[in-house]
Write a protein that binds this ligand. Sequence first.
Ligand SMILES: NC(=O)c1ccc[n+]([C@@H]2O[C@H](COP(=O)([O-])OP(=O)(O)OC[C@H]3O[C@@H](n4cnc5c(N)ncnc54)[C@H](O)[C@@H]3O)[C@@H](O)[C@H]2O)c1
Length: 336
Amino acid sequence: MVAPLAVGGQHIRQYHQNGDPPRILITGGLGQLGTGLAHLLRGKYGKESVILSDIVKPSKEIVQAGPYVFADILDFKCLQEIVVTYRIDWLVHFSALLSAIGEQNVPLAIRVNIEGLHNIMELSKQYNLRVFVPSTIGAFGPTSPRNPTPNLTIQRPQTIYGVSKVHAELLGEYYHHRFGLDFRCLRFPGVISSDTQPGGGTTDYAVQIFHDAMAGNHFECYLRPNTRLPMMYIEDCLRSLWEMLVAPPEKLRTRTYNVTAMSFTPEEVVAEVKKHFPELKVTYRPDSRQKIADTWPEVFDDSEARKDWGWAHDYDLSDLCNIMFDNLKNQQAGNR
Ligand SMILES: NC(=O)c1ccc[n+]([C@@H]2O[C@H](COP(=O)([O-])OP(=O)(O)OC[C@H]3O[C@@H](n4cnc5c(N)ncnc54)[C@H](O)[C@@H]3O)[C@@H](O)[C@H]2O)c1
């Protein structure tokens, strides 16, 4: 008997194969989002059902938490072997070079973000996997409406990261229509977490400020004080991912959705952080990331996700500050 799940206020049946929980592979799993997602999915489907992978040497804690394997997404045979050996049903494809890092090494970003994605699509088609690929606010550009940015609109990004994500959205939707691939995609805003480090994106400042405030450091922001960008706390981000993963297909009117929780500028987050740390010293020195941010959405319209499968965020800016400082204080106490 499969237990009904409450998703977006609706009771749905969980996807199972032969009554077993799905077996899930996460690529690029040792970045900002992967370990949190593995933790969430292991809580739902069991420790052994979630295989975390990356090309990075894992810590002892990672290995103790559940299965971890080496997987280079540029190596198709290596991916095939993992899918077969672990009898994978669902794939969450996190491996990528993010916006700022991608601009520093365009050929590598093309290989990882585009060639790697081709392997993931073919693999998922060959083994009939449900596949989730995250996209981003960076999939929009200066000609997109920026406030708000709707689900379906002009997408002419000006970073290799954005170009590769538009390619992923289009190819995934093509494989869905052409081959029936169960492709699912969410466009995430900047994700803010306390226990994992961001991987070189344009929204990283919104994580750094909490660490600097806690450490009593001076915070230097690489964006102008009035640069508005959409953001999300990691718990909301990972829950939206899981809800999209288990959403009944008949609820998905499209395969790519915007999701978000809030939008703020550096000066707004500074004001909120100063309620906790009034003495925080802040300066602004815009760098190349400002140019990227200037082409991205300011406010993200995720009404389609809210309407179709019941997306609802939990954390706004003030909740975000409270939980970030609680988490960082707990981490500090644990390290003593
Ligand atoms: N973090 C955010 O704010 C955010 C926002 C929007 C979308 N996303 C998307 O979510 C996904 C995960 O983001 P993240 O922040 O965890 O990224 P991250 O940069 O922190 O981690 C990416 C991981 O990919 C791995 N990787 C690189 N080359 C690889 C290869 N050849 N084979 C296998 N793995 C490889 C890296 O080792 C790294 O651990 C990405 O696709 C990103 O585009 C993230």
